[in-house]
Structures are given as structure tokens and as C-alpha cells.
Design a protein around this ligand. Structure first.
Ligand code: ATP
Ligand code: MN
Length: 168
């Protein structure tokens, strides 16, 4: 039984929702405490046009554009006060395409992540659901620990939880 409190490789998947941005800042704090590397991952979900081979070229442009946008947005997150002392050489930014939960898990095993820090909610964000489907699938399958970060102001209210989730 391994109960050592130590993380070396922290993965923070972000979809740029508020809760994932909060997870990003928290992950950097964990990385500092544990002297760990941080891996920031954004997964682009394939667009419908992906299937059409005639559009491959314009599609490559589109991917490059989205990638540029993602890197810019991650850089913007770093501009927040208090991050000056973060060692950027130990923060890796990657972009993958596919189903977010699958790519997050694939990436986690590639980097040997021992901690995933992710939001309970993302872009869709129905707060009355206990957690989004990406996080639920990752929590169920990940080999390492998963820290599920709640949105600010989240409160447990049994009356508001849909019946199908009450027994879980
Ligand atoms: P759902 O997608 O099930 O309709 P949701 O968008 O509110 O609901 P999730 O997708 O589970 O919830 O998002 C929860 C967390 O998962 C986010 O805070 C983020 O950490 C991570 N995540 C979601 N989508 C992506 C993505 N495309 N790339 C990277 N991380 C993601
Ligand atoms: Mn989502």
C-alpha cells in the first residue's frame, strides 16, 4: 500500500471554463508544494467537417489556428499576479484532438501522471449535475489520484439533485 504524499507529474486538463481555470491555478500551487512538473492539456473535439476529405487542407489551417489560440489563452492565464515565481520550464502545454476524456487518460499514462487536477464542471456547466461527463469518466478510470475542483459558490443541496443522481 503506497501512502506516500508525493506527486511528480501533475496533469491539469483545461477547457477554459471558470472551473478549469481555477484548477489550473490550484495545480500550479500543488506543483510548487511537491516540486512537480505540470502538464496543461487542452483537447480539441473533432468538428463534423473532419470527416470530409475534400476539406482536409482548410481543416489543417483551422487546427493550426485553434492551436495558436489555445497557446495564447494559456499564456494569458500566466499573466495573473502571483505566478511570477512559477518556473515556466516545468510547465508543459499540449494540445490533442479527440474525445476529451479518452485523450486525458491517454495523455495521463504517457506522462505517468500521479495527480490529475480537474474541474467538476466545464463548459456545459449544469451546476445541478454532480459533475460533468469528462470528469466522471476520468475519475472512474485514471490510475493516479484525481482532484476534482468545485466551482466557486457550489453548495450541496439534496433537493436540487435530479432523482437519477440521488442514489449514486
Ligand atoms: P459535459 O461536457 O459532460 O456536458 P461539462 O462541460 O460541464 O459537462 P466536463 O466536460 O466534465 O463538464 O468538464 C469538467 C472538467 O474536465 C473541466 O473543468 C476540465 O478540467 C476538463 N475538460 C473538459 N473538457 C475538456 C477539454 N476539451 N480539454 C481539456 N480538459 C477538459
Ligand atoms: Mn464538457
Amino acid at each position: 500500500m503506497n501512502v506516500e504524499l508525493k506527486y511528480k507529474s501533475i496533469l491539469v486538463p483545461i477547457d477554459f471554463s471558470d472551473t478549469s481555470r481555477k484548477s489550473f491555478y490550484l495545480a500550479l500551487k500543488y506543483a510548487k508544494v511537491f516540486d512537480a512538473d505540470t502538464y496543461v492539456l487542452h483537447v480539441m473535439e473533432p468538428l463534423d467537417t473532419f470527416d470530409s476529405s475534400s476539406k482536409v487542407e482548410s481543416h489543417t489551417d483551422e487546427v493550426a489556428q485553434v492551436e495558436g489560440g489555445v497557446r495564447r489563452r494559456v499564456n494569458e492565464l500566466f499573466e495573473r499576479a502571483g505566478l511570477a515565481e512559477v518556473d515556466r520550464r516545468r510547465v508543459h502545454v499540449d494540445i490533442r484532438g479527440g474525445k476529451p476524456w479518452k485523450e486525458i487518460l491517454r495523455y495521463a499514462s504517457e506522462i505517468g501522471s500521479d495527480l490529475i487536477v480537474m474541474g467538476s464542471h466545464g463548459q456545459t456547466s449544469f451546476k445541478e449535475l454532480l459533475m460533468g461527463s469528462t470528469t466522471e469518466r476520468v475519475v472512474r478510470r485514471a490510475a493516479g489520484h484525481v482532484l476534482c475542483v468545485k466551482p466557486d459558490g457550489y453548495e450541496y443541496d439534496p433537493e436540487k439533485i435530479p432523482a437519477k443522481y440521488k442514489e449514486v
